[in-house]
Ligand binder design. Structure first.
Ligand code: GAR
Length: 195
């Protein structure tokens, strides 16, 4: 069984998709061993608790500086002994120490077709605002391995999603989640768990 830890910052709809996929057998050979958030109020933590998964908060607010926070974050991750770390809307840059400790064992979902609309400042709704501003007709989502850079690691899966006339960032975000993110991320975990 692949031990999977999920890191989240917000609502956790991607986490929910993973939980559902484990329950309905879309993901096999994997168990969710913990959910870690930098944000104590993240609804994702409630989703974890409601599903009997350990929910842990490591907030930068509780630490003197970034380095101490980074070490605490890595300690919490290590305690879960994960084989795979899934960033499901985790909006904190992964410390280099963690990238090296878990080389090729951290994956991230990004709500665009990388290399478009990615890198510093491109997260959450901002990604869809930028896509609409540029006027692209197709966007999508990408699952990739995490390296030292921002959204630069090896691509695992991508799925295209149409942009429609009259889309708002919120409407586009929802379509990208429904048509791409909530399918790609469970599929990537299942692929890794069964290879
Ligand atoms: C998702 O759209 C995810 O792709 C994005 O944050 C959202 C989290 O939603 N991640 C990034 O932008 C990372 N650069 P969720 O909490 O409902 O899963």
């Amino acid at each position: 069984m692949l031990r999977v830890a999920v890191m989240v910052s917000g609502g956790g709809t991607n986490l929910q998709a993973i939980i559902d996929a484990v329950k309905d057998g879309t993901i096999t050979n994997a168990e969710l061993v913990g959910v870690i958030s930098n944000n104590a109020d993240a609804y994702a933590l409630t989703r974890a608790r409601e599903n009997g998964i350990e929910a842990i908060c490591v907030s930068p607010k509780d630490y003197e500086n970034r380095e101490i926070f980074n070490d605490a974050l890595l300690d919490k991750v290590n305690e879960l002994k994960p084989d795979l770390i899934v960033l499901a809307g985790f909006l904190v840059k992964i410390p280099e120490k963690m990238v090296h400790a878990y080389s090729h064992r951290i994956i991230n979902i990004h709500p665009s077709l990388i290399p478009s609309f990615c890198g510093v400042g491109f997260y959450g709704l901002h990604v869809h605002e930028a896509a609409l501003k540029k006027g692209v007709k197709v966007t999508g989502a990408t699952v990739h391995y995490v390296d030292e850079g921002m959204d630069t690691g090896e691509i695992i899966y991508q799925k295209a999603v149409e942009v429609l006339d009259g889309d708002t960032p919120e409407v586009l975000q929802r379509r990208v989640m429904e048509q791409a993110e909530w399918k790609l991320l469970p599929a990537a975990i299942n692929m890794i768990a069964n290879k």
